[in-house]
Design a protein around this ligand. Structure first.
Ligand code: NDP
Ligand code: ZN
Length: 349
């Protein structure tokens, strides 16, 4: 099937229109016309080559919402016209223990990311959601709940699940004291989801500039990591900290903010950190951990949770030809929400 999207052709070029083919439907495939796609900082890291060399041309995008336009002969769960979504993975081995218990993101044989990775059958490079259409095997397609506003759902597919999963894993409930470092796409979803779980949430930001946004999202306050006195007053103040900072940084300034047995979970930086000091960990049985997106069942769970609790990402709608300036703003981290591309703005021309 012919389609069109926006692709990067090298690490230092802008995204430009790109015509390419989606595969013919296999028996278990679902063809989707994409209506919205969120803009994740991972898209920027990937096209910039921050995570290593990439197979260009590369169409990013893994917060995908759309409508089913065709199904393969064996597809049982979806029909034409269904409102569906696709997140960060499009395949996995489906046989190992991790896949068996619904954590395909930790597949022993490596899951297949939505873009920039070889398809398991043909070796063709997967291409993401900054495009008109996508074809995905049914096991990796999510259902948009009936009452959910599709135009506001896309960021749940990555920012939502990536923060929901550790909040669940660390058993956040009413009264849990949660800190969220970095108020961007992931951070703002972490705040909303933790608040919906009943937690007491504080945003830990580089300054107080985003205080109004933090409070609107339901946080009880903001803590500026650059304010030494405020940081001193917050020692031992958190049970769980979700760290969404997208670059190399010093976690040692945050670990003493954890109470005894508290955990700081890294979901932002994938790569080196400043040297880790053991003192706050040893003197307080504190932990530093990491977490990668979430499994397919849990991704469906967060979609259903958001529909039930009326939790929606803050979406700033952009047209596809605004993507390069959106990337510039994302690189600076000057937004406390998510850009979402209205794919209606992508015409065949
Ligand atoms: P955003 O750019 O939207 O948000 C990141 C926030 O971090 C910024 O808004 C800013 O918040 C803060 N920040 C930015 N630069 C710095 C810095 N140098 N030092 C300290 N804080 C900084 O990014 P996303 O939320 O989209 O993504 C965050 C990270 O998560 C990315 O690295 C992305 O690749 C990764 N990611 C990981 C996933 C996983 O499965 N683990 C899944 C998806 C994304 P403030 O102004 O409040 O300080
Ligand atoms: Zn993402």
């Amino acid at each position: 099937m012919k389609t069109v999207g926006y692709a990067a052709h090298s690490a230092d070029s802008e995204l430009v229109p790109y015509h390419f083919e989606r595969r013919e439907l296999r028996g278990n495939d679902v063809a989707i016309e994409i209506t919205y796609c969120g803009v994740c900082h991972s898209d920027l890291h990937t096209v910039n080559g921050d995570w290593g060399p990439q197979p260009y041309p590369l169409v990013p995008g893994h917060e995908i919402v759309g409508v089913v336009t065709a199904i393969g002969d064996d597809v049982a769960t979806y029909k034409v016209g269904d409102k569906v979504a696709v997140g960060c993975m499009v395949d996995s081995c489906q046989e190992c223990d991790q896949c068996e218990h619904g954590e395909e993101q930790y597949c022993r044989h490596g899951m297949t990311p939505t873009y920039g990775a070889p398809d398991r059958e043909t070796g063709e490079i997967t291409q993401g959601g900054y495009s008109k259409h996508i074809v995905v095997r049914e096991e990796f397609v999510l259902r948009i709940p009936d009452n959910m506003d599709m135009s506001r759902a896309a960021p749940i597919l990555c920012a939502g699940i990536t923060t929901f999963s550790p909040l669940r894993t660390w058993n956040v409930k009413a009264g849990t004291r949660v800190g969220v470092i970095g108020l961007g796409g992931l951070g703002h979803m972490a705040v909303k989801l933790a608040v919906a779980m009943g937690a007491e949430v504080t945003v830990i930001s580089r300054s107080n500039n985003k205080e109004a946004e933090a409070k609107e999202l339901g946080a009880k306050g903001i803590l500026a990591s650059t304010d030494n006195e405020a940081m001193q007053q917050s020692l031992n103040a958190f049970d769980l900290i979700i760290d969404t900072v997208p670059t190399k940084h010093d976690v040692n300034i945050y670990t003493p903010l954890l109470d005894v047995d508290g955990s700081l979970v890294i979901v932002g930086q994938v790569g080196p950190l400043e040297e880790l000091m053991s003192v706050p960990l040893v003197f307080g049985r504190r932990r530093v951990a990491g977490s990668l997106i979430g499994g397919i069942a849990e991704t469906q769970e967060v979609l259903d949770f958001c529909a039930k609790h009326n939790v929606y990402p803050e979406c700033e709608m952009i047209k596809i030809d605004e993507i390069n300036s959106a990337f510039e703003r994302l690189a600076k981290g000057d937004l406390a929400h998510r850009f979402v591309i209205d794919m209606g703005s992508l015409t065949a021309a």
